[in-house]
Design a binder for this molecule. Structure first.
Ligand code: BDR
Ligand code: CA
Length: 310
């Protein structure tokens, strides 16, 4: 089993990524840590605890991380995820407490204790991951890979150039992409192909267990924001679960090894991931960039794994 640490900002699609990850026998979740992003850090931490309480997984240690980006004020996405960060379904109150330490220290403890290198799966802004890398250089060798949702080779979704997670904390993202640790980037190029359609939501609802019902209700709410015709979507792009899908079914993805840099200064381009798709710079590739997805295979994987909760 691949040991993983999920660093997330739930968030509808983060919550679904968590639910999917915990239904995958190929993965061994060592911890869940939370970042500030989709909502304020108190809410994203609370939401992670609520989701794990729903899943009856209080055995997984949870810790909250940095309360704001490294060098900027926090921007939240309450327009997408609502007042709670997980508006829509009725979720239980947290049935257990977070660890009394910060996310960065919990990640460091887990890396230190693991006999094998661990895969980090960030699905929010990269603040906690950057702090981990900066504060614990001795632990870089204990990180197998960083499989992140963020960025894009093409367009942005928060500004014309930038995707939300990278835009919120570009300085952190810059540190992560420069770290030398292998990265898989599930950016908008692939997550916009991971669209969940109305009929997929009904298929998930029809699975009929308490967890698949919650996923269907999360998707109902998540759909609202994405129905705006400006996106040209038929469904809702299920960004964050792409990371988990890549880990357990990489054959569903087309990927290309590229050099990726993060724009922290640009007048119009702050938070942009600059992907050297054609190797124009000759810089060594630092990232496996996911560019294409077998959408039906992705939906099938999600639906099949949700039956695990029957
Ligand atoms: C990313 O931003 C958040 O709103 C989602 O949870 C996802 O991680 C997509 O840009
Ligand atoms: Ca997220």
């Amino acid at each position: 089993r691949t040991p993983i640490i999920l660093d997330c900002d739930p968030g509808h699609d983060d919550a679904i990524a968590l639910i999917l990850a915990l239904a995958c026998p190929e993965l061994e979740p060592l911890a869940v840590t939370t970042s500030a992003g989709n909502q304020t850090p108190d809410k994203t931490l609370n939401n992670a605890l609520r989701v794990l309480t729903l899943l009856q997984r209080s055995d997984i240690p949870v810790a909250g991380g940095a309360i704001k980006p490294l060098a900027r004020e926090l921007i939240i996405a309450d327009n997408v995820h609502g007042e709670s960060g997980l508006d829509g379904p009725k979720l239980p109150d947290p049935g257990f407490a977070p660890q009394p330490i910060n996310a960065v220290e919990l990640m460091a403890d887990k890396l230190r204790a693991s006999p094998v290198a661990v895969t980090l799966v960030p699905t929010g802004p990269l603040t906690n991951i950057a702090l981990l890398l900066a504060n614990h250089p001795d632990l870089h060798s204990k990180i197998e890979r960083i499989v992140l949702m963020g960025g894009a080779a093409s367009m942005g979704n928060w500004t014309p150039a930038a995707e939300f997670n990278i835009y919120v904390d570009p300085e952190a993202a810059d540190m992560v992409f420069k770290s030398g640790i292998p990265i898989t980037m599930c950016g908008l190029d692939v997550t916009h192909e991971a669209q969940i359609m109305d009929e997929d939501i009904e298929r998930i609802r029809a699975i009929g267990n308490p967890i698949s019902n919650v996923v269907a209700e999360l998707l109902d709410f998540f759909m609202i924001y994405h129905r705006d015709p400006k996106w040209g979507f038929t469904g809702a792009p299920l960004h964050d679960p792409c990371t988990i899908a890549w880990l357990v079914a990489p054959e569903l993805f087309n990927t290309k090894a590229c050099w990726v840099g993060v724009e922290t200064q640009g007048e119009h381009t702050q938070g942009m991931t600059v992907v050297d798709y054609y190797d124009l710079t000759g810089k060594p590739a630092n990232t496996l960039v996911a560019m294409g997805l077998n959408r039906q295979g992705f939906v099938d994987l999600l639906a099949e794994r949700l039956s695990f909760y029957n």
